[in-house]
Ligand binder design. Structure first.
Ligand code: NDP
Length: 310
């Protein structure tokens, strides 16, 4: 069997197209476009790319995106002061502080930032109020990657109600909210993590398998029930030639790119899974584009809520 690949880039394009009239309607009514304030601390190369892509996608849709920067030596108080200013801003409906923050800020810095962002502007969906609303199935602003996973499943007409779903990973930003969204759509959900016993056998019971681990090619064919829908959330930069050759054996073009560049992005799912799964999301071009589209959707939603049209 050869899995059907879900084209996340195309689905994200559809989502953005559907947002365009809402952006126009908000702008006409409010006399300004929806606004997103982004804060980037330090010079993490991955974060630079994410922030650039988010800003570009927002601008293309007619959303105002303003990126503020702080050096990696900045203090948590400086970060919180900017968040406070954005909370009060009349032109920013959404606030995004790019993770990770510099390690020197302390292990609880990100949570302090999430706690400080106004729940009404929390387009990442990480504030405890929004987390609580999601747990109670009264969602307002929901984390973007889990929302994107559901969007991929719905638009690929994957049946969620009644399905057995296994989510590997229990992070607050991906694993847990993904499991909750699947549960609220009536899947029977199992959450797995690093202490799960006999993980391949548990995963192999899934009709829908979500891999959000952060380990290149970790999910091999023995994890996958034939015909299952497999959502690969992982984004892993591989620089080890041996690992790259093992993972890219079936995609000679990508292997050639690796040999040229010395690095490649791969998911948590081994390419051999395509021979077993019914549906599979590629990396890149699967969940990633949806994450950005959902961020734009959350910004529009927050903007609409601010003028009472949502
Ligand atoms: P975290 O590191 O926060 O969480 C990883 C989870 O995987 C943990 O729950 C951990 O278990 C589990 N895990 C790690 N090793 C194993 C193992 N050997 N067996 C079973 N479970 C294991 O990562 P995130 O949730 O933030 O991200 C996961 C991946 O998704 C990363 O590759 C990240 O880059 C990617 N990502 C992609 C996005 C996108 O837009 N496509 C957006 C966000 C993330 P435990 O809790 O026991 O430690």
């Amino acid at each position: 069997m050869s899995a059907r690949l879900l084209n996340g880039t195309e689905i994200a394009r559809q989502v953005r197209a559907e947002l365009a009239p809402r952006v126009a309607a908000f702008s006409a009514r409010a006399g300004r476009p929806p606004g997103l304030g982004i804060l980037l601390v330090g010079h993490d190369p991955g974060s630079e790319i994410y922030v650039r892509n988010k800003g570009k996608a927002a601008a293309e849709l007619g959303i105002r995106a303003d990126t503020e920067r702080l050096p990696h030596t900045a203090t948590l108080d400086e970060v919180l002061a900017i968040v406070d200013r954005l909370n009060k801003s009349a032109v920013h409906d959404g606030i995004l502080v790019q993770s990770p923050l510099p390690a020197e800020m302390g292990s609880d810095a990100e949570q302090r930032v999430f706690d400080t962002i106004s729940p009404a502007k929390d387009v990442d969906g990480f504030h405890p109020v929004n987390v609580g609303l999601l747990v109670q199935n009264r969602p307002h602003l929901v984390p973007c990657t889990p929302l994107g996973i559901i969007e991929l499943l719905v638009r690929s007409e994957t049946k969620i109600a009644g399905a057995r779903a296994v989510v590997i990973g229990r992070s607050d930003i991906v694993g847990k909210p993904s499991a909750l969204l699947l549960l609220h759509r009536h899947a029977t959900v199992t959450i797995c993590h690093s202490k799960t016993v006999n993980l391949p056998a548990v995963a192999a019971g899934a009709d829908i398998l979500v891999a959000a681990i952060g380990r290149a090619g970790f999910v091999t064919r023995d994890f996958v029930k034939p015909g299952a829908t497999v959502i690969d959330v992982g984004i892993n930069r591989v620089t080890d030639p041996e690992v790259a050759r093992r993972l890219l054996l079936s995609t000679p073009q990508r292997l050639a790119d690796f040999e040229k560049k010395g690095s490649v992005l791969v998911g948590d799912v081994h390419p051999e899974v395509a021979e077993v799964a019914g549906v599979l999301t590629p990396v890149p071009g699967g969940v990633g584009p949806l994450t950005i589209a959902m961020l734009l959707g959350n910004t529009v939603k927050a903007a609409e809520a601010s003028i009472g049209t949502r």
